[in-house]
Design a protein around this ligand. Structure first.
Ligand SMILES: [Zn+2]
Ligand SMILES: [Zn+2]
Length: 369
């Protein structure tokens, strides 16, 4: 018998690894969901609460907890290293002790400060259901597994950014409202809102990516800002989760400035919502470990190959491909680099490299050198 968080045994089918991973994942997600039921006011997103189909969620939660327990027991019996099975079974038992899928929910919740634990769980479930199979089926680097180097660090980023969704939303919207209220013109906004939704969406994408392009370029060019953005470039393996590796200062400054023209122009809610969905999906997708060849579309929209070159360690690719949506911006401003091959290595080629781990990367840019 052994207990190690490092993988010390084979991971092939029948070794108890897959059952252990699934048990731990299901157990922790189930425990997180039970905590959301237990502390809805503190841990769930007010806008989302009203939309949850609670009976279905309870049914699904029940299945997840049962599956975690059974898979955990299977892993414990197949595998000498008991870590995964113990985490899965332990989390499931704790979830059951707290009330399991039948836990009562308080009514009459008030709107106050909250952590988006539900937001994290939903994003984790949806994104991993889409991207894990996609990367297994169309991997550019098939030998790079789901649990590649640095995945824990990136999951921590994913966790923290989702948990603090409220704070990050305020940090995105407030600066524009406070400092750029003078630029708002009711006639201009009314005119913009008259456009067809599709035209507003395209304009919004172009305006947002134009701003993002220059903010991103500044993060590369100004040493003080680069310290924060170097964290994003410290990933030396690329997949969908690596896109989450962003320092909170990087997120707040980039989103806060990108939101300014969106706020001033006053786009309608529909196009704005569509943009928010597209930016979060595309920003994730362009990091993914997939070898899709988009043909001529790659000159029109940012693709994994385009953004992988932004992360390349090769000297000729440094400070290239800043756009998140429209490569045209890089073509116009002279920073396009898109050969038909893929980078041979990722990460920071020259200069100081941030340490590993979320906490150390958080304080690294703030320290005097
Ligand atoms: Zn960058
Ligand atoms: Zn990136």
């Amino acid at each position: 018998m052994a207990f190690a968080l490092r993988t010390i045994e084979p991971t092939r089918f029948g070794s108890g690894w897959l059952s252990g991973v699934l048990s731990a994942a299901f157990g922790l997600v189930g425990l997180g969901a039970v905590l959301c039921f237990l502390f809805p006011e503190a841990l769930t997103t007010p806008e989302a609460r009203a939309l949850y189909p609670l009976p279905s969620i309870r049914g699904l939660l029940h299945l997840v907890l049962v599956a975690s327990f059974v898979l955990g027991a299977l892993s414990l019996s197949l595998r000498r290293n008991k870590a995964l099975g113990t985490i899965g079974v332990g989390a499931t038992l704790l979830a059951a002790l707290l009330g399991g899928s039948q836990i009562e929910v308080e009514r009459e919740l008030e709107r106050g400060p909250f952590l988006g634990l539900d937001w994290f769980l939903l994003n984790l479930i949806v994104y991993s259901l889409v991207f894990v199979p996609l990367e297994r089926l169309f991997a550019r680097l098939p030998d790079q597994g789901v649990f590649r180097r640095g995945w824990r660090t990136d999951l921590a980023y994913f966790f923290v950014s989702s948990l603090f969704v409220q704070v990050l939303t305020i940090l995105t919207m407030k600066p524009a409202m406070v400092f750029f209220d003078w630029a708002v013109n009711a006639q201009v906004q009314a005119w913009v809102r008259q456009w067809p939704a599709a035209a507003q969406f395209v304009a919004l994408l172009a305006v947002a990516d134009f701003t993002q392009y220059w903010v991103h370029r500044a993060f590369h060019a100004i040493p003080l800002l680069w310290r924060f953005h170097a964290v994003h470039h410290s990933a030396d393996q690329m997949d969908w989760l690596a896109g989450s590796r962003l320092h909170l200062v990087d997120i707040a400054v980039t989103r806060g400035l990108t939101y300014v023209p969106i706020y001033v122009l006053g786009f309608a809610d529909g196009p704005l919502f569509a943009y928010l969905v597209v930016v979060s999906v595309q920003a994730t997708f362009i990091h993914a470990n997939v070898d899709f060849d988009f043909g001529p579309v790659k000159w029109l929209l940012a693709t994994p190959q385009f953004h992988h070159w932004h992360h390349a360690a090769e000297a000729e690719a440094v400070d290239k491909n800043f756009a998140v949506h429209l490569p045209l911006l890089d073509a116009v401003f002279g920073t396009m680099y898109l050969p038909s091959r893929w980078p041979s290595a990722y990460g920071i080629g020259e200069g100081a490299r941030p340490p590993s781990g979320w906490v150390r990367q958080f304080v690294w840019p703030l320290r005097r050198r």
